[in-house]
Design a protein around this ligand. Sequence first.
Ligand SMILES: Cc1cc2nc3c(=O)[nH]c(=O)nc-3n(C[C@H](O)[C@H](O)[C@H](O)COP(=O)(O)OP(=O)(O)OC[C@H]3O[C@@H](n4cnc5c(N)ncnc54)[C@H](O)[C@@H]3O)c2cc1C
Length: 431
Amino acid sequence: MQKRHYGPLVITVLAILVIPLWWLSFPETTVQHNLKPIPVYLSQVIALTGFACFALSFVLSARIKKLEDFFGGLDRMYHAHHTLALTAFILLLLHPLLLASRWIPEESERILWYLFPVHRRIEINIGSYALWGMIVLTGITLLKLLPYHIWKITHKFLGVFLILGMIHIILLDHSFSSNIYLTGYILILSVAGAGSWFYKTVLFDFIIPKTTYDTHKLHKPYEEVLEIELSPRDQPVQFKSGQFFFFSFLTPGMSREAHPYTICWHDAKSGNIKIMVKALGDYTSRLNRTLKTGVPAVLEGPYGRFHYNSGKPDQIWIAGGVGVAPFLSWINNTTPWEYLRHTDFYYCVDTLEEAVYAEQFRNAEIDNPDFRFHLVCADEVGYLDVTRIPYVSRRDVFICGPRAMRAYLLKEFKRLKVDRNKIHYEDFDFM
Ligand SMILES: Cc1cc2nc3c(=O)[nH]c(=O)nc-3n(C[C@H](O)[C@H](O)[C@H](O)COP(=O)(O)OP(=O)(O)OC[C@H]3O[C@@H](n4cnc5c(N)ncnc54)[C@H](O)[C@@H]3O)c2cc1C
């Protein structure tokens, strides 16, 4: 049975904790609105909850290793970050709309202006600047308007609008000075959020230990995939099979942006490691075309909690394209057969040419009677039909690949009533 990860539950409790704390100062110290109190009180509760979600979303994107166990891997932590940030966005958008709704229908024309920073009171305008900053930057994220590496730079500015939001709350002082619990909690959230943002945006690259390797050997199993063998300059990195690092290659003409790749092979004697990189976008295509031996690479990590020993010995493994990397790491760097009983591995690719590691798994099948290898080429047999997997509901399932594939398989397994706690996955994108 999969280990329970309480991260999402804890974060939810921390986000809604502002509500009972706000209630402590209701109705005495909250703004008395004899006009239409409900939308005003609701907008306060929604704004404080939205701010709590926003602040906590920065904690989840600060790549704090200690938190990974609570979420079951960095990819899950980023997904929780997305959900929290989107919730914050919707709540903080509702805040001024609810406040302005008290003018319906008598003074409806005031509603639109209310959303803009054209108020007499600076503390309200600061809130409006914070909201519009969030609207623009979240809009860019949701609409995927920019290439990933440029989007990442714009995304870093969201911290500025968190701080403006914090100033807006403090200056407005709705029940603040008289409700020390709410004050204290909002300050804790603000320090946690702004502190995480400053840590990840400014300090991270200076304080996080990184290891330098050199590009030792390059091999192209097929046009789109580049296998990169790297040798350690000093101490080799420590990692658990299936884990990934963020790699930046230091070569003229290549940006120093860091991308996550899973280590799929490791030589204990030399410390050499191997990653395989599929040209999936602008950076990986350029790396595929231009990387040369001798180029230094900086590694930051390890991350990831995707490992077969988090499930029972009867297992089903499903890899999509480059999602084969962690499974390769398991058979290359560990002896899973000592733990596993019956394992079926489904290697899903679009074309036969892509199945470059099939041989390795076929050999593993020959050497291990309890391991069965299945190659699924979409252009020959279509996508994997999970209804044909034997005893699927009695076994633990491990999935790694593109997020869309994982989402499709989860839906199929749900239809087959496979216990959600028996499904383990790692997405090869954080978005
Ligand atoms: C946990 C994990 C392990 C991975 N392991 C491998 C592997 O072993 N081999 C392999 O070929 N690929 C792996 N990937 C995918 C690889 O990181 C992306 O394909 C690569 O970052 C794409 O960059 P790009 O600029 O070429 O593409 P873009 O076109 O710029 O991006 C395509 C998608 O890749 C993701 N992406 C882009 N840049 C980054 C980044 N810096 N950090 C995180 N995600 C990014 C985004 O979701 C984006 O939507 C892994 C991804 C994750 C999350």
